[in-house]
Design a protein around this ligand. Sequence first.
Ligand SMILES: *Cc1c(COP(=O)(O)O)cnc(C)c1O
Length: 359
Amino acid sequence: MSRVYNFCSGPAALPEEVLLKAQGEMLDWHGTGVSVMEMSHRSDEFVSILRSAKERLSRLLNISDEYEILFAQGGASTLFSQIPANLMVGFDRSCYLDTGVWSVKAIKEAKKYGDVSIVASSKEDGYTYSPALKDWVIDESAAYLHITPNETIGGVEFVDLPETSLPIIADLSSTILSREIDVSKFGMIYAGAQKNVGPAGVVICIIRKDLLARSQSSLPTTWNFANLAANDSMINTPPTFAIYLADLVFEWLEKQGGVTAMEAVNIQKAELLYKTIDKSQFYSNPIHPDSRSRMNVPFVLVDKSLEKAFLMESESAGLKTLAGHRSVGGMRASIYNAMPLKGVQALVDFMLSFEKRYG
Ligand SMILES: *Cc1c(COP(=O)(O)O)cnc(C)c1O
């Protein structure tokens, strides 16, 4: 068996140390004689895993007591509906920033619950940048402002937040824990785990407690954020194994030096790859340099006819899943926390050698 460098956008690579630890505990977790997968979610053992995951995440992101950490199910896509269902109550509209494929999907669901006011959009320019803050038009009477700070498919990322009275809700699926953020600036943060946190099946939600008052009892029981909070994310059986793996990833992150240390490596990785692309006449990336994602780096070969060869040869070289999203084509390297600098160096070496042979 040999492990490769996996550039998949999600479910994405996990730290090898975490997989090995899970392997070691697979049959007998901490002397219980059972796997985490075989434990009651109400058992003291599992409750301790859940608590550990929440405590570690709180430390990693410096989350204050004003916020509740929830483990939701149904993927980030279900949150696209749950957010307006819970938070648009008492309002007739919500505000959304439109920066690409994931924004569009979130907007589509929000429209089922009321009017959506688009604060700004880069659609006309093929979603190649994130609109400047000064161009955002925010309707202050809306329920909230929803943003997608990292567009996983387009490879567009931004960090600056607007001044607004609205709670800011951010889909951080592909960027959570990859860079420092100030949680106190947000009303709610959510992230499907399968990109930067753990296996698919759990969505991390960090929600300001006052917003829980908006959730109405008429909502489907398992969709109700207040209910989820009151039941410590266990209205019904939570994705126990995914939460356990997330806790192991949080533990690993703490050992690496936390988000600050991760961010420093992530900057190096992204710079190495973008520099290689920019220096060459052979590869290109369409995103405005100020809006480029550190986590998802799409690129194309200027000669498209070489794409197939690039993908085949990179795969043989142990560089896996470099094909772009089916909706956009080309290539995409997702370089989340679990991708070591060595992996990006291996990709860059391959790109240079491919260019030498075909350029
Ligand atoms: C992957 C992704 C989603 C969708 O996640 P699912 O868990 O598959 O529903 C939503 N938003 C962003 C930014 C993503 O990268």
